[in-house]
Design a protein around this ligand. Structure first.
Ligand SMILES: NC(=O)c1ccc[n+]([C@@H]2O[C@H](COP(=O)([O-])OP(=O)(O)OC[C@H]3O[C@@H](n4cnc5c(N)ncnc54)[C@H](OP(=O)(O)O)[C@@H]3O)[C@@H](O)[C@H]2O)c1
Length: 263
């Protein structure tokens, strides 16, 4: 006799807002159970209640991903789930930008940003992938950014996202043929709390702004097609293609003309 078919489990970091909330909601709609990770417990509990009402099992795992001890609890949930169901899909999505020029920004602010945007992505992938490869199934979506393709001033945000894209593409190759898939999602400007969190309004013209539900729907469609890179929106596909064709000095000249801060 066989038991009931287990529902797949997705762990989403940054699930309390924006693209992460959208990932959790759309994955629940696709029949996933959820592990919701972020710092804001009240928002995670409210989302968990909503998802349970739609038939998904939802766990809340409150963690500041800049804090190694808190991050280790998330790593343990991925690597050694104990009696809980193993995670089939890791969505490394938590992240934020910082305002101001590099040389004027407090080194502690830069280091904390690096812990969340870069180190957490690396360590959560390292925690999740061995079990997935052993089970012969599963995957990772790392939310990076088009900023990783473009020269920018100011903070280390674009440099971190370039790392996340490169890491994802390397991991895609590392696990190729094992049944496990890794993809980088590189959105452009998306209507979330991202920009207001560091005091930027809505930079750039309106046509550049994407809706979070569209970004996530495109990302999940690209994940289903086993793409290694997802760039939602025709404008951003063109920008990324251009960034690969146009010589760096020309891109830098364009960036110097238009950029300030994170640029
Ligand atoms: N919006 C855009 O224009 C855009 C463009 C390209 C890429 N992205 C990327 O998309 C991802 C999601 O951002 P979003 O646009 O959805 O912005 P958002 O609405 O500000 O959401 C950011 C999420 O990250 C979580 N987070 C931030 N710091 C954290 C920490 N120290 N520990 C744990 N969780 C933390 C936040 O939760 P708590 O505050 O509850 O911890 C929140 O759930 C980020 O990686 C961002 O870099 C965004």
């Amino acid at each position: 006799m066989t038991g009931p078919i287990a529902r797949p489990v997705a762990l989403v970091t940054g699930a309390s807002s924006g693209i992460g909330t959208e990932f959790a909601t759309q994955l629940a709609g696709r029949g996933h159970d959820l592990v919701l990770v972020a710092r804001d417990e009240a928002r995670l509990e409210a989302l968990a209640t909503e998802l349970r009402g739609r038939g998904s099992h939802a766990e809340v795992l409150v963690a500041d991903l800049a804090d190694p001890a808190a991050r280790a609890r998330v790593e343990r949930r991925l690597a050694d789930p104990g009696d809980a169901a193993p995670v089939d899909l890791l969505v490394n999505n938590a992240g934020y930008g910082t305002a101001g020029e590099f040389i004027e920004t407090d080194p502690a602010v830069l280091a904390a940003n690096h812990e969340v945007n870069v180190t957490a992505v690396l360590l959560l992938c390292r925690a999740a992938l061995p079990g997935m490869v052993a089970r012969g199934r599963g995957g990772v979506i790392n939310t990076s950014s088009v900023a990783g393709f473009l020269p920018g001033r100011g903070s280390v945000y674009g440099a971190g996202k370039a790392y996340v894209t490169a890491l994802s593409q390397n991991l895609f190759m590392s696990v190729y043929g094992t049944g496990v898939h890794v993809m980088a999602l590189c959105p452009g400007y998306t209507k979330t709390e991202f920009h207001e969190r560091f005091g930027q309004g809505r930079p750039g013209p309106g046509f550049l702004w994407l809706e979070a539900d569209r970004v996530v729907a495109d990302a999940l469609a690209d994940y289903d097609r086993r793409r290694e890179l997802s760039v939602p929106g025709a404008v951003y596909k063109a920008i990324v293609a251009g960034s690969r064709l146009v010589p760096l000095p020309i891109l830098q000249r364009l960036a110097r003309r238009s950029a300030s801060g994170r640029g």
